[in-house]
Design a protein around this ligand. Structure first.
Ligand code: PAF
Length: 282
């Protein structure tokens, strides 16, 4: 596995490759969720590139950026075991040579960037689009692998790729869960044992909403029952949202028949950690 720190070196390698390249962008602190994306890319492409870069411009909370787990040595070992071809691990100065202002983050995703995560993390998706555009220009992948756990991010990145007219196919892989249902996340390491127990409410709330749909209940009932589960989780300090929406537009639905595919999405805050999850209902 080659480890590359500069865009120039990455581009030199890329020019020497003629076959398909699959790309998994990450912020490190790798877990089984990331590794499932890597395995998917390895299966489908002769070459796989992974990036590790904790992108400062997508953090709306400086404390979250400071506390974001950084485990590069361990990540390198895991990626070596997976047999990827190249790890791109640039410095902040490499990606933001003029300082990390947002002067080149001019993408406008309209409604999609203003709701749910966008409403609760101002500027987050501008930062995501800014770094993903830089990474895509540097890696020039044929296929991009993203996890369903960040569902709204997947929609934003698909829209970004359309805006940039880039010939990149996006593959979304299912959320990887712990045995008890908790969605894998780099932030889970920051949960205390009791918080982790409370965090299971996200999965239970999503499952309950799905169950109500399957039993013929209404959207309102599904939301109400899910909120009850979240409200009763002792260490959840704030529910940012529990929404049931059209999976394509993220516009809330009040009837299951309003959209072909319907998704439930949730975000909560616990002391020092914010968690998100989602599930296709229909
Ligand atoms: O999902 C992530 O880890 C990040 O948002 C991404 C896509 C690597 C951009 O920094």
């Amino acid at each position: 596995m080659r480890i590359v720190r500069t865009i120039e070196e990455l581009k030199r390698w890329r020019r020497s490759i003629e076959d398909n390249v699959g790309f998994v962008p990450t912020m490190g602190a790798l877990h089984e969720g990331h590794l499932s994306l890597v395995r998917c890319s390895k299966k489908e492409n002769p070459y796989t590139v992974v990036s590790i870069f904790v992108n400062p411009t997508q953090f709306d909370d400086p404390e979250d950026l400071r506390n974001y787990p950084r485990t590069l040595e361990r990540d390198i070992k895991l990626l070596e075991q997976e047999g990827i071809d190249l790890l791109f691990a640039p410095s902040v100065e490499e990606m933001y040579p003029e300082g990390f202002d947002d002067s080149d983050a001019h993408y406008d995703f309209g409604y999609l960037e203003r709701v749910l995560e966008g409403a609760h993390r101002p500027g987050h998706f501008k930062g995501v689009a800014q770094i993903v555009a830089k990474l895509l220009r540097a890696v020039e992948p044929d296929v991009l692998y993203l996890g369903q756990k960040d569902y709204q991010q997947v929609l934003i990145i698909k829209a970004l790729i359309r805006k940039l007219n880039m010939p990149v196919k996006v593959v979304m892989c299912p959320t990887v869960r712990e045995a008890d249902g908790l969605a894998m996340s780099s932030r889970n390491v920051r949960l205390s044992r009791q918080q982790r127990e409370s965090a299971l409410a996200l999965y239970r709330a999503l499952m309950r909403a799905k169950e109500i749909y399957e039993k013929g209940g209404s959207v309102l009932e599904a939301k109400h029952e899910a909120m009850k589960i979240l409200d009763n989780a002792p260490l959840i300090k704030k529910i940012d949202y529990f929404e049931i929406a059209d999976a394509e537009t993220l516009k809330p639905v009040s009837d299951w028949n309003e959209a072909d595919r319907v998704i439930a999405l949730v975000a909560v805050r616990m002391e020092g950690v914010r968690l998100i999850d989602n599930m296709f209902i229909k």
